[in-house]
Design a protein around this ligand. Structure first.
Ligand code: HT7
Ligand code: ZN
Length: 867
């Protein structure tokens, strides 16, 4: 359990130029034969060759064709060492035995539903064969797979299929060759009984690429959306960034057991089935959008990650932050930019800002790690994407494109660093981005205070921005996009200097601790709209009256800030009510807020997707984060009160909206999705009343819907009622979908999200359900991870949910440490709760850390949490 530090990076002593792999897949043991050509990095060096390898049984080792005996090398649990190797290139051949059928950690080569698949990022390749398993060692791979033909008719690996044949014993083989040098983490192999949903794509230079989506045969009718998403992503990357696909074939395989969302292996992506399979009756609108985004994300990695890869794992955000940014831009173009921006900011502020407040806080480019898998975080991914967005905000879309072009021109085929990316952006635009490095090496969320002074005589508005920089840190370079609204709600024209062009949104560059920006020719007292489209990942404090928030909520031309004003308004209302609740006073909903909500409800110009976002209150989790000590019970009570009040006061409007949007035929057009979103938001409010009529409405939708969005939404409503229909709907849904694992996951999740007081008991019972298993990450997440985010129910004052959660973490620690470590992270926030809950969570953390066989994954998170 030793930490690895970024400052200790050293180039590899050896490079591996080519690897020829041969897999013999067998139920008992799988044999992996590897032949590598290895070259010392410098002439005349006398360095031992130290290869990574874990859980491998070495059967034979040959050096330049000669068998080595056991005195000529050393093997331990993690390495194979050859102390004496010559100073010129040589060939090393090994045969190892592995047991994929016993691999429950789902890293390396493993089985899912009887098929074989691999997951090598970050350090899984070392569980397949001995290798220099680090991203700056890039080799050309050929891979031959031999397996029983009837059980494994499909044999896939990276690159192009170059040869195949049959053996006499019922087995067959296929050989694949990948012409592009790649790091080991991009290696992939798949073998099984799979169905192919095929298609094609013609690149803008006229090359035809074959596209193949491989799924278990029963899922043959759930692939078309994934295929279309891939085609859209391929076209978009050509148009936006001039990037073309480079092989003749692109394959995607959907597997049921997968630790994360998907993996961008060169030419052979392996996907969590959740991000491939969909049909209107089995997948929600959000699932459809998730599939399009993840397919695009993995495709975009072909350039940002594969063609140009990371020098070391500290640079992970180089490929992940950039690729998330690219997929976000893609979705903004494919759907609604405003809706997508709001969704992305919600994730950032609820999960990443929370991570920044936790003992696991780290910069987007971490300085150290114990287990790399713990650093596939919202900070590296989502804050990393925000940092990339900052380049675009500062340089403009064209400037950003110039930087990207230079980055590829300089680094195609290389393993590089975040500094190389920053240098390409700076050089292509001839700007100084030295201060910008602080976004890479400083952890934490910058806080900026804003204050404004209007001078009616001089007709100026002076906006002062002040960043609060902790003592050990330095000022960030922060773009703050600003607009000023006149009293009719119109955007005022903003001029900073006489010569500069006037705009309605100005991007101010805050580089110092404090700066004042003065706008000229402002002829009326303006209402500022600050940090438009959330132009930087910061917390901006600006004191705003409720009237001003209501005004921005109704008029701001920046849709993000219009939504944001509503959220801030709701937050103020909830915190004031919380004070009343804590003082034992009767609660009364603020009339101005209720009126502002009514205006949104009645605004016919608002798109349904934005409207339902505006009608959704901040979550308990998010509200808790804004407090010094999370008021679990108070927040729950008050938020429920506000929801119920809004439901009652505007009942007629909710019902009207529901009716107006209900009887639409199913389609997955943006308009139809927006209608469903709005209708289902309305249904949720309506069902807050829990009367026979409202239950009836939900039940009717549940039974009559022809699509999963409506069915799941109605089920969620019913699960939160005390009605008889609740149990009936749960049973009905189970019988209807028990044979579809992804839909059954929803069944578990919906029950785990319920806010009724019996949720913990239900979750405990569901753990014993015949269809529950911790072995499948999706299933485990659907119940355990989902329940752990149900703030009021998970953080019960008696600590029983904590105890149960810790039991599960310990079980998973033995079988799948990556998932165990994700789950245990909910305790990272223990210090933010009251003394009673703190003690209860701390006790569970202590119990876990004392466990005798703790994985590195869980150890790292828990030890940091307790420190
Ligand atoms: N680059 C992929 C990362 C990934 C992964 C990492 C650790 C363990 C399992 C994993 N599966 C996939 C996913 C991506 O960002 O595209
Ligand atoms: Zn990625």
């Amino acid at each position: 359990t030793q930490a690895i530090y970024r400052k200790d990076y050293q180039q590899p002593d050896f490079f591996i130029d080519s690897v020829d792999l041969h897999f013999s897949l067998d139920e008992d043991v799988t044999l992996v034969h590897s032949r590598m050509t290895i070259r010392p990095r410098t002439e005349n060096q006398k360095k031992p060759l130290i290869l990574n390898g874990e859980l491998l049984v070495l059967k034979s080792l040959k050096f330049n064709g000669h068998v080595l005996n056991a005195t000529q090398y050393h093997v331990d649990k993690t390495h194979l060492t050859l102390p004496n190797v010559p100073a010129e290139a040589f060939e090393l051949e090994s045969i190892v035995e592995i047991k994929p059928q016993e691999n429950t950690a789902l890293t390396g080569l493993y089985q899912s539903s009887g098929n074989y698949c691999t997951q090598c990022e970050a350090e899984g390749f070392r569980r397949i064969t001995y290798f220099l398993d680090r991203p700056d060692v890039m080799a050309r791979y050929t891979t031959t797979i031999v397996a029983d033909k009837s059980r494994y008719p499909v044999l896939l690996s990276n690159g192009n299929r170059v040869e195949y044949g049959e053996l006499n014993d019922g087995r067959h083989w296929v050989k694949w060759a990948d012409p592009f040098p790649k790091p080991s983490y991009l290696f992939a192999l798949v073998a099984g009984n799979l169905y192919c949903h095929g298609g094609k794509f013609t690149t803008r230079s006229g090359r035809e690429v074959r596209l193949e989506i491989w799924v278990e045969p029963q899922n043959h009718d759930q692939c078309e959306h994934a295929l279309q998403s891939l085609q859209k992503a391929m076209r978009w990357d050509e148009e936006r960034f001039g990037l073309e696909y480079d092989l003749d074939i692109y394959m995607i395989v959907a597997v049921g057991d997968f630790n994360m969302g998907a993996m961008e292996n060169k030419g052979l992506n392996v996907f969590n089935a959740k991000f491939v399979l969909c049909r209107p009756d089995t997948a929600t609108d959000d699932d459809y959008e998730g599939i399009e985004a993840v397919i695009a994300h993995e495709y975009f990695h072909n350039w940002t990650g594969n063609r140009v890869t990371c020098r070391d794992w500290f640079q992970l955000t180089l490929k992940e932050g950039l690729t998330v940014f690219r997929d976000q831009q893609f979705t903004e173009d494919m759907t609604s930019a405003a809706v997508k921006r709001i969704q992305d900011v919600r994730i950032l502020r609820s999960a990443q800002f929370a991570e920044d407040q936790s003992p696991m806080a780290h910069p987007i480019r971490p300085e150290s790690y114990i287990e790399m898998n713990n650093f596939y975080t919202v900070t590296v991914y989502n804050k990393g994407a925000e940092v990339i967005r900052l380049y675009q905000t500062l340089l403009g879309k064209d400037g950003f494109r110039r930087g990207m072009d230079l980055y590829f021109q300089r680094h195609d085929g290389q393993a590089v660093t975040c500094d190389d990316f920053r240098a390409a952006m700076a050089d292509a635009n001839q700007v100084d981005l030295t201060q910008f490095e602080r976004w890479y090496d400083q952890a934490g969320t910058p806080v900026v205070e804003a204050s404004g002074v209007y001078d009616a005589t001089a007709k100026t508005y002076a906006l002062t921005l002040r960043q609060q920089v902790p003592e050990h840190l330095q000022a960030w370079h922060i773009p703050v996009a600003v607009g000023l609204l006149g009293k009719e709600g119109q955007d005022l024209s903003l001029q900073l200097e006489e010569t500069a062009p006037a705009k309605t949104t100005q991007v101010l560059e805050l580089r110092e601790l404090e700066q004042t920006f003065t706008f000229k020719n402002i002829s009326e007292l303006p209402i500022p709209s600050l940090l438009r489209h959330f132009s930087a990942p910061i917390k901006l404090n600006f004191s705003c009256q409720r009237q001003e928030l209501a005004f921005l909520m109704a008029h701001d031309s920046d849709p993000f800030n219009r939504w944001e004003a509503g959220q801030q308004f709701a937050q103020q209302v909830i915190f004031d009510l919380l004070a009343d609740w804590q003082a034992g006073k009767t609660l009364q909903l603020d009339a101005l807020f209720s009126e502002a909500v009514l205006k949104i409800l009645q605004d016919d110009k608002l798109d349904g997707s934005i409207k339902s976002l505006m009608l959704t209150l901040p979550t308990e989790n998010f509200l808790g984060q804004q407090q010094a000590e999370v008021a679990v019970d108070g927040l729950f009570a008050v938020r429920q009160f506000v929801l119920k009040q809004l439901a009652e006061v505007h009942y007629a409007e909710w019902l009207a909206i529901y009716r107006a949007n209900h009887q639409m035929p199913y389609s997955n057009s943006a308009t139809a999705i927006a209608c469903r979103r709005l209708k289902n938001t309305a249904l949720h409010y309506i069902c807050r009343l829990d009367t026979p009529e409202t239950v009836n409405l939900a039940e009717k939708q549940f039974k009559q819907s022809d699509n999963m969005t409506d069915q799941q939404s109605a089920l969620m409503c019913l699960v939160n009622t005390f009605s008889e229909e609740r149990g009936q709907a749960i049973e009905y849904f189970y019988q209807q979908w028990r044979h579809n694992p992804l839909v059954l996951d929803k069944w578990f999740s919906v029950q785990a999200t319920s806010y009724l007081p019996d949720t913990f008991d239900n979750v405990k019972a569901l753990l014993q359900h015949q269809d529950f298993t911790l072995k499948n990450p999706n299933r485990a997440r659907s119940l355990i991870a989902v329940f752990s985010q149900n703030q009021a129910q998970f953080h019960r004052a008696d600590g029983l949910a904590y105890q149960l959660h810790a039991d599960i973490v310990l079980q998973l620690n033995a079988t799948n440490p990556q998932i165990a470590s994700r789950f245990v992270s909910v305790f990272n926030h223990w210090r933010r709760f009251d003394a009673n809950r703190q003690a209860l969570m701390q006790a569970q953390l202590n119990r876990i850390i004392q466990h005798p066989n703790l994985s590195k994954d869980v150890y790292e998170v828990v030890s940091k949490s307790l420190n």
